[in-house]
Write a protein that binds this ligand. Structure first.
Ligand SMILES: C[S@@+](CC[C@H](N)C(=O)[O-])C[C@H]1O[C@@H](n2cnc3c(N)ncnc32)[C@H](O)[C@@H]1O
Length: 252
């Protein structure tokens, strides 16, 4: 059966979830790099299960988490029912219409790139509008050079209830990954399959889109950090080996 990647539990089986320690390190990084203060309003655009949004809300930021998938929104609402300061909405980031409402916008774990480059630009324009002047965007995308080395091909991982196989190829003319995800349950259920394509960005390209929209101070962070860094991502950690390309940009 072929179905939409973000529409059910199989997404979580295929992608896995960050451990509590990794989640803490990601949240520490987000708070540090965005200079968040208690009461700051944060928009999580493409929030998925809400795992990052709820970790931020628990630290006393006022978080609005949006996602276009019913499955994800329901997952996020389960967090929201237990967490003050977290509002979860079913919304498409291309058509959201916030104006000067957030000190920060976070788009974590490659939440762009599922339609066209023009759509992605439009989404980034909406994120720009959503920020107050001086507000900051944090965009976590794949780092293409590392993904070309490590993501292409077949990779198995064992989860609690199933084996998860990803079989990825890269279309160099369209600059997108095409990834088949196969879930093989451990019991007698049949395997399930879905395909996800996602556009990739070169650093110069995404920096120029952001600057064109009006963002300034575009800074890249990566996870290939020096040993004494202590953070999960830092500017020195942005290299060809970094799997992440995290970009911070400021609305002037
Ligand atoms: C790879 S997941 C990342 C989820 C989350 N940010 C995280 O860190 O776990 C991408 C998410 O973007 C959402 N998404 C894709 N297109 C969207 C759109 N146009 N508007 C809102 N959310 C969207 C998907 O439903 C999915 O939950």
């Amino acid at each position: 059966m072929n179905h939409h990647y973000f529409s059910d539990e199989d997404y979580i089986i295929l992608e896995g979830e960050p451990s509590p320690e990794t989640l803490k390190r990601i949240t520490d990084f987000i708070c540090w790099t965005l200079e968040l203060r208690p009461g700051h309003r944060v928009l999580d655009a493409g929030c998925g299960t809400g795992i990052i949004a709820s970790a931020l809300a628990e630290r006393d930021y006022v978080v609005t988490a949006i996602d276009s998938s019913d499955f994800m929104v329901n997952r996020c609402r389960a967090f929201a029912s237990k967490t003050a300061n977290l509002t979860c909405l079913k919304q498409d980031y291309h058509t959201m219409s916030y104006h000067n409402q957030f000190e920060a916008v976070v788009s974590w774990n490659h939440s762009l790139g599922y339609t066209t480059r023009a759509d992605d630009r439009n989404a980034l324009e909406q994120m720009y509008k959503a920020l107050v002047p001086g507000g900051k965007l944090l965009l976590d995308l794949h780092n293409l050079s590392a993904y070309l080395k490590y993501f292409i091909g077949r990779h198995w991982e064992e989860r609690e209830t199933a084996f998860a196989l990803r079989d990825a190829e890269y279309d160099f003319s369209e600059r997108k990954f095409i990834c088949r995800g196969i879930v093989a349950p451990k019991g007698s259920e049949p395997t399930r399959e879905q395909t996800l394509t996602f556009l990739e960005y070169e650093p110069d390209e995404i920096a120029s889109v952001l600057q064109d929209i009006g963002f300034a101070d575009v800074t890249f962070f990566g996870d290939d950090c020096p040993q004494d860094c202590g953070r999960m991502f830092c500017p020195e950690g942005y290299s060809e080996e970094s799997t992440a390309m995290v970009i911070r940009a400021v609305k002037k």
